[in-house]
Design a protein around this ligand. Structure first.
Ligand SMILES: [Zn+2]
Length: 391
């Protein structure tokens, strides 16, 4: 394989990459409502221009998911997907540059979605253009995705694609973790929201000793919970579980001792723990609150997910980053979730890897380094070639 030639072509296509990123940013795909079809047109025009076969999947009109195929049907199948939706721009006054009128300056592209996730999506398209040229030498099917609804749970995006459309590749690379091409996300904590309800006894608030104040009891519980580390087995990559009391409600009137109060606790947990095991821990804490009466409810949860640190995808990514760009990729775990979680739950070896910075995602003056978008292509193309040989 003549990588010199491919890399030269990638470098020479930098202007096209910048223009493509800027075109995507100009399309206002703020979620909600999403309107991903606006940017979707740019993606389909690109695929048409370079003779790349594609399909569009919509769970709801306008919420487009576009998949482009190189070597359709070949095995193994590798999905690389960026997302087209962006978070709202917030107060426009807080931006130096207009959020939807991208500015290219100092090797960076500024604009909403530049680093989350339109720059990455543009880089994937540019890589697809190069891979199309060497299609016959690629030993795998490459699926390039531009998907919907990542910022609000992927109901119209990846969740729909894997669960309803049946998109089930063997491997996936999701460039949506920041990390500046320096880290591979192989593990993600689980997440559970638990409602804790404290029960007391009503009384006239001029005679509080006749009642039992549910808010006081709940406050005692929260204080006792604070220093507790939830029961867990240490994980090689993920740090300890965390918990945060994020919502509180209670009381009915100024002059009534409250008989009910509640909080919602958000817990990020490790493999080996379950929502039930976490509630057991909470119950032990609540038992120390004298006269306290509590109830615990799981509101919703996502399980922790991980792939083996020595799997072939991780191996070839690390090898190629080192070989061609002298980058040492570090294995990391996340407390938040990417669409890797949905893919891993379906048995797909999915990792997060790509350009961009977490520090500017969702912020004013969001930007992406153009150099990183170029680097990214130079790592994934040899990786896909090796994956085709190795599997
Ligand atoms: Zn994102």
């Amino acid at each position: 394989m003549d990588f010199e030639k491919i890399f030269k072509s990638i470098s020479e296509s930098e202007k096209e990459l910048i223009d493509l990123t800027c075109d995507l940013i100009r399309k206002k795909t703020v979620n909600p409502p999403g309107d991903e079809y606006l940017a979707g047109e740019i993606v389909t025009d690109f695929f048409k221009k370079y003779g790349i076969e594609y399909e569009i999947f919509e769970k709801e009109k306008g919420r487009v998911n576009i998949l482009g195929y190189i070597n359709k049907g070949k095995k193994p199948s590798v999905l690389l997907a960026g997302h087209l939706d962006v978070v709202p721009e917030g107060d426009p006054e807080s931006w130096t540059y207009p959020p939807f009128e991208p500015v290219v300056k100092d090797g960076k592209i500024f604009g909403r979605g530049s680093t989350d996730n339109k720059g990455q999506t543009a880089a994937l398209l540019m890589a697809a253009k190069e891979m199309k040229k060497i299609e016959n030498d690629l030993g795998c099917e490459v699926v390039i995705g531009a998907v919907a609804d990542e910022e609000l749970g992927s109901t119209f995006g990846m969740v729909y694609l894997v669960n309803e459309v049946g998109i089930l590749p063997d491997f996936a690379i999701i460039p949506d973790i920041g990390g500046g091409n320096r880290a591979i996300d192989i593990a993600e904590k689980g997440l559970v929201n638990i409602k804790v309800i404290s029960f007391g006894k009503k009384a006239h608030s001029s005679l509080p000793h006749l009642g039992l104040n549910a808010i006081d009891k709940l406050a005692e519980f929260i204080k006792k919970l604070e220093p507790i580390i939830l029961t867990h087995q240490p994980h090689p990559i993920l740090n300890a579980p965390t918990k945060s009391v994020n919502i509180i409600h209670g009381g009915a009137a100024h002059n009534i001792v409250p008989d009910k109060a509640e909080v919602v606790i958000n817990v990020r947990y490790l493999p080996g723990m379950t929502p039930e095991s976490i509630i057991e821990d909470l119950k032990k804490v609540s038992a120390k609150v004298k006269k306290g009466k509590f109830e615990f409810q799981v509101l919703d949860y996502l399980v922790p997910t991980e792939v083996a640190p020595d799997n072939v995808l991780v191996k070839v990514l690390k090898e190629n980053a080192k070989k061609y760009l002298n980058i040492d990729l570090k294995l990391i775990g996340l407390g938040g979730a990417t669409v890797c979680k949905q893919l891993i739950e379906k048995g797909i070896t999915a990792v997060g890897f790509g350009p961009g910075s977490d520090a500017v995602a969702h912020m004013s003056d969001e930007y992406v380094n153009i150099k990183e978008l170029v680097e990214f292509q130079k790592i994934i193309i040899p990786t896909l070639i090796d994956l085709g040989k190795n599997v």
